[in-house]
Structure formats: structure tokens, C-alpha cells
Design a protein. Structure first.
Length: 289
């Protein structure tokens, strides 16, 4: 049952959006089995991450997502809002690191879900807003297009990768309105609607891994490894995805390849969490009805 925005307060909406963001992170990490990623079976290709740490991190970000949501109300996409969300995000990173013992668990997710949370609250307060996935992603893209004048240059894995490979950065992905979510993940969500929820989400992850030039993979390896991962994902999807029992052997081989190369599709995992978040919002809220 959808909820009319007019019948609830901004604080209640912000609490709900923060809840959805935390749920999206928890549901992504608990999705099992995932190749090279932390799940309920193992830590994937991560020495410093566990399911418990990831769950603790997600819960620690609730206040951050709530503040981002509140910041978006009665504001439109602007440099002010971009910088406000960034400042809250930096605070959220500190909360995350304090909760995880200085382990970087969700920095990429703070960026993606933070923008989407702010965009959702912008649309909530727009008189004629419509809460479609396309509009949330477009609003997030508009916000991301503004420059943060207060950002401190940091040495990141993504920046190191882009010195070698001409791949899209996380900021570029966001500024374009998250095309990987809009053009790949959401259509895959519908394509595999007949599968049970776990299989459906694993297929969406595979769809993202098949097209995303994941800097998390490139940082640990090279373009040859990335392209092989993408091809194996495409092969599984071409043959019906994981709803077809015969494809689980290929999925096991994919996991073995990723583990053997000691890489992790962390960028695709963040985009899966963003997709889960978007679906939760659009299924729950109904604007101006």
C-alpha cells in the first residue's frame, strides 16, 4: 500500500527514507551467495570486512541518511544542497569509521544513497512532484552536477584507476543520473520479476557486473580481468540467469575466477543497493494523491 506524502510530516518522511537506505545496505550485504563480496557465507575477497562489520556500518549511517533527507526538503538541486549533502556525508564517513574500527565499508554507498536520499526529499516537497525512479535519478544527477567547493582532494582507488583507464568515475555516473541503475538495473529488475526475490537480486547484480567498469575490480587487477568478469556475467544472463538451475555451475566458476584473481565488484554492489533503495521508495510513497 502506497503512502500519500501529504499525510505525514517531513520528519516522518526523513525517518522512512533513512530506514529504507539502511535496509538497502543490509539487504545487499546479506544477499547470498555473491562472488567476491561479503555475504552470509563468507567475506569474499576481503580480509578486513565481515558481515557483522558491514551490518554495524549500515546501522551507523542511519543518522547521516536522516540528515541528508531533511536537507533536501524545500530545496531544489543547487550548489548549496550539493555542498550540504557532501558535508553531511563526510560526517557520516566519520561515524562509519568510528563504528567499524576505521574500516572503510560504505564510502561509495554514502555517496550514491546520499544523493538519492536528498533527491527523494526534494521531490517530496515539490508541489507537482512524481515519485518515479526516473525523476529521483534525474534529480540526483542534477545535484551531483554541482561542484563541492569545500571538498579536500583525497587519494582514492577510483582516482588511481582513472590515471590508467578512461572509465567513468562515481561522480560522472551520478551526474549523468545513474545510467547504470536506470538503463541496466531497473530493467533487469523487471526482466527477472518471475524469479524469487533472492534470485532476482542476484540477476540484477550480474546485470550490473556485466556492464559497469568497476573501479574496485580494476584497482586490484586490470582491464583483462574486468572484461572476463563481464563476459562471464553476460553468458549467465544470456542463458536465462540464475533462475535456470543449469547456470549455477557457471556462477560457481565466476565466483572461483573472481576469488582466484582476488578482486571484488564493490562498485556494482553499491549500485545494487541504490537500486534496492529506489524500488523501496517508489513502492512505498505516492506523491500528491
Amino acid at each position: 500500500m502506497k503512502v500519500s506524502i501529504k499525510r505525514v510530516t517531513e520528519e516522518e518522511i526523513a525517518q522512512q527514507l533513512a530506514q529504507f537506505a539502511v535496509e538497502a545496505l543490509l539487504e545487499e550485504v546479506r544477499l547470498t551467495p555473491k562472488p567476491g563480496l561479503v555475504d552470509k557465507l563468507n567475506n569474499g575477497t576481503h580480509h578486513d570486512l565481515t558481515l557483522g562489520i558491514m551490518e554495524t556500518s549500515a546501522e551507523a549511517l542511519r543518522e547521516c541518511f536522516y540528515a541528508m533527507s531533511m536537507a533536501g526538503f524545500n530545496n531544489g538541486p543547487s550548489q548549496y544542497l550539493r555542498e550540504r549533502l557532501a558535508a553531511i556525508g563526510r560526517y557520516g564517513e566519520q561515524q562509519m569509521l568510528a563504528a567499524t574500527g576505521q574500516v572503510n565499508t560504505h564510502k561509495g554507498a554514502i555517496w550514491a544513497l546520499g544523493l538519492l536520499t536528498g533527491a527523494a526529499s526534494v521531490l517530496c516537497s515539490a508541489q507537482d512532484g512524481k515519485f518515479s525512479a526516473e525523476q529521483i535519478l534525474a534529480a540526483a544527477g542534477q545535484i551531483a552536477s554541482f561542484h563541492d567547493r569545500f571538498v579536500t582532494p583525497q587519494k582514492t582507488h577510483g582516482l588511481e584507476v582513472r590515471k590508467v583507464y578512461p572509465v567513468r568515475s562515481a561522480r560522472e555516473e551520478a551526474a549523468l543520473g545513474f545510467p547504470s541503475v536506470l538503463e541496466t538495473a531497473i530493467p533487469a529488475w523487471e526482466t527477472y520479476s518471475q524469479d524469487n526475490e533472492e534470485i532476482r537480486r542476484l540477476n540484477v547484480l550480474l546485470a550490473l557486473m556485466a556492464v559497469v567498469d568497476d573501479t574496485c575490480i580494476l584497482y586490484r587487477s586490470d582491464m583483462i580481468v574486468l572484461r572476463e568478469v563481464q563476459e562471464q556475467c553476460k553468458h549467465i544472463l544470456k542463458n536465462g540467469g540464475l533462475g535456470n538451475a543449469e547456470n549455477w555451475k557457471a556462477y560457481t566458476l565466476l565466483d572461483q575466477y573472481i576469488t582466484g584473481k582476488w578482486v571484488s565488484p564493490g562498485g556494482s554492489a553499491d549500485l545494487l543497493a541504490a537500486t534496492i533503495f529506489i524500488k523501496k521508495i517508489t513502492q512505498h510513497f505516492k506523491i500528491n494523491s
